[in-house]
Design a protein around this ligand. Structure first.
Ligand code: AOF
Ligand code: ZN
Length: 371
């Protein structure tokens, strides 16, 4: 950690709290990641992070570590302390009871049950509260939670890996490998960080993917979601038989009943999303939200990514480009396959762009701006 110019200040400890929060990315389900640091008389006396939904919040872990030293301390917390009784009692009440002197907060909690009332409670009890310290970083860390908690719909990230000319396979179908090891290993980190992963049935039939998280250290496997309007998924597909993670198939009311029963017997959850003929993607997001899936990583192919983008259901794009050109015209599938717009000014523009390099690959991420 680098010391900010001017020496130790609020940002210094908030950065530490943000690091604690980030270390739990992907493991709190629909809950936010939160980090907390307690400082008293020039030393850190407690640290904590929220590690799992249903378990203690960050502040409680940090208070626990600080013990009697919590009294008179300054609390650095990346999210406004809660004021409601959820699966755990309110953190703001506990901070008041422990006699902390000052609370420094990065972001307010968008949860309608909290939304400023945690801050108000602390202030009303005479605690000095400072807000907005490293707020942008804190908001970004919980972008999925921030959407889900107000809409009850998953935050949708579409990932693609293509050549510079936007192809996700050659005209022969060959696609192994487009991007390099660095990019592919980062995709596994993304899998760990998402509650669910989605592909179209075309990808299942072509690649028989496992969609599990494979990293040098054990990671969490996302729930696997297949968009399959006519239930073509084979009974011997990896997703059906490997038992590595739950598999959910999204289909329509007109899908064959016998296939539905067969899949259910094999442990696959089948969910109807509209009358058909195609899966209603908007309904699909509602069903997944009801199932408490708050973050969804879409890993193709081009038809599904294109359809989601066209339906304006994509919140974030993470696009890997390998420095290669494969050509192949219409026979080689592209990363976004949809009818498209007639005018350049209708194009979906990305904002808040970030560009990273993974070896020789370039990763562009951004947020579609829907007018
Ligand atoms: C905090 N500190 O570390 C977290 C907070 O069901 P519960 O009790 O876990 O409450 C979940 C809600 O509490 C969640 O939606 C969000 O508003 C807040 N999360 N708050 O003060 C924490 N994880
Ligand atoms: Zn709390």
């Amino acid at each position: 950690m680098t010391m900010p110019t001017g020496g130790i200040n609020d940002e210094f400890y908030m950065r530490l709290a943000l690091q604690l929060a980030a270390s739990a990315s992907g493991q709190t389900g629909i809950n936010p990641v939160v980090g907390c640091v307690l400082v008293k008389e020039g030393r850190v006396v407690g640290m904590g992070a929220h590690l799992k939904r249903g378990e203690a919040h960050a502040e409680i872990h940090a208070l626990q570590m600080a013990g009697r030293q919590a009294q008179g301390s300054t609390v650095y917390v990346t999210l406004e302390p809660c004021s409601h009784h959820g699966k755990t009692p309110p953190c703001s009440d506990r901070l008041i009871r422990e006699g902390v002197k000052r609370v420094v907060i990065a972001a307010t909690d968008p949860n309608p049950l909290v939304a400023g009332s945690g801050i108000a409670k602390l202030r009303a009890s005479g605690i000095e509260v400072t807000t907005g310290v490293l707020e942008r970083e804190a908001v970004k860390l919980n972008e999925a939670f921030n959407k889900f908690i107000v809409t009850r719909q998953p935050f949708v990230t579409v990932k693609s890996a293509s050549t510079l000319d936007g192809k996700i396979a050659a005209r022969t179908g060959d696609s192994k490998w487009i991007t390099g090891d660095g990019s592919r290993s980062y995709v596994h980190t993304l899998r760990h960080r998402h509650q669910a992963i989605m592909v179209g049935i075309g990808t299942v039939l072509a690649d028989d993917p496992a969609l599990t998280t494979r990293l040098p250290v054990p990671g969490l496997n996302p729930i696997r979601v297949v968009v399959d309007s006519t239930l073509r998924i084979p009974r011997d597909a990896r997703l059906v038989r490997d038992g590595e993670a739950p598999t959910v198939v999204l289909t329509t009311e007109r899908a064959p009943q016998a296939r539905r029963r067969e899949l259910e017997t094999l442990g696959v959850e089948v969910i109807d999303c509209g009358p058909g003929p195609a899966v209603d993607l908007r309904a699909a997001m509602e069903r997944l939200g009801e199932r408490e899936i708050g973050s969804l990583l879409v890993e193709g192919g081009g038809k599904l990514s294109g359809a989601l983008l066209e339906a304006r259901l994509v919140d974030k794009l993470v696009l890997f480009y390998a420095p290669k050109i494969i050509g192949g015209g219409a026979a080689a599938p592209g990363n976004f396959d949809f009818p498209g717009f007639g005018r350049m000014r209708e194009a979906i523009a990305l904002e808040r762009l970030e560009v990273e390099r993974f070896d020789n690959d370039i990763c562009i991420s951004g947020y579609p701006r829907y007018e």
